[in-house]
Write a protein that binds this ligand. Structure first.
Ligand code: PA5
Ligand code: NI
Length: 187
């Protein structure tokens, strides 16, 4: 008997030890560029949901974690709903993402602020090397669902992104998802 089950069409995980966390708009203060618009929207709006199966203690070397993320469709002004994004706390650790459903973009940034994206469509597999910050935006009209696998020693560094942000933001510019560079940084 496997310890957990993956629903193949939806990417959803079930079974003992699967934890689920939700991020509502109220929990994403200062994540989007237009903070005034975010604050004026329905704070109960669910932006994303994450499931994780962490069979070994967090931080222990040699284990692997498995996750499912669902990002709901929508925008804060021109900017698509997205995850907070992070570097790994143990910086040089990699991760796989693969898209199950929907349409979106994996936004990647190196330590110099250089930012680029990979399009996510069902079946796309994304290798995120170590030292690369990662965030996902839903650019479609339905849910964007992807699975992830990462090392148990990776951890999450959200602080660097809170302070510095990414080098660009993904916006709907006349109907086209477009990376728009932020202040001093290069795309
Ligand atoms: O391990 C990952 O990188 C993912 O499971 C993310 O944690 C998930 O997509 C949510 O994004 P964030 O952790 O940036 O809020
Ligand atoms: Ni990660």
């Amino acid at each position: 008997m496997p310890s957990i089950q993956l629903e193949i069409n939806t990417g959803k995980l079930s079974g003992e030890g699967v934890i689920t966390a939700q991020k509502k708009l109220s929990q994403l203060e200062n994540v989007f560029e237009d903070e005034a618009t975010r604050a004026s929207m329905d704070q109960e709006q669910l932006i994303y949901e994450v499931q994780a199966f962490m069979p070994v203690e967090e931080g222990k070397e040699g284990g692997l974690y498995f996750g499912n993320s669902t990002i709901f469709p929508g925008k804060v002004n021109e900017e698509y709903f997205m995850t907070r994004g992070h570097f790994h706390a143990k910086l040089d650790t990699a991760e796989y993402y693969w898209c199950i459903q929907g349409k979106g973009a994996l936004i990647l940034m190196d330590e110099n602020g250089k930012t680029w994206l990979e399009e996510m469509t069902p079946g796309s597999v994304h290798y995120i090397p170590g030292k690369i910050a990662h965030r996902v935006a839903n650019t479609g009209e339905e849910k964007l669902v992807f699975n992830a696998c990462w090392p148990s020693e990776a951890g999450h560094d959200y602080g660097t992104i809170e302070k510095e942000g990414f080098g660009a933001r993904l916006k709907d510019i006349e109907g086209t998802p477009t990376l728009v560079a932020t202040k001093n940084e290069m795309v």
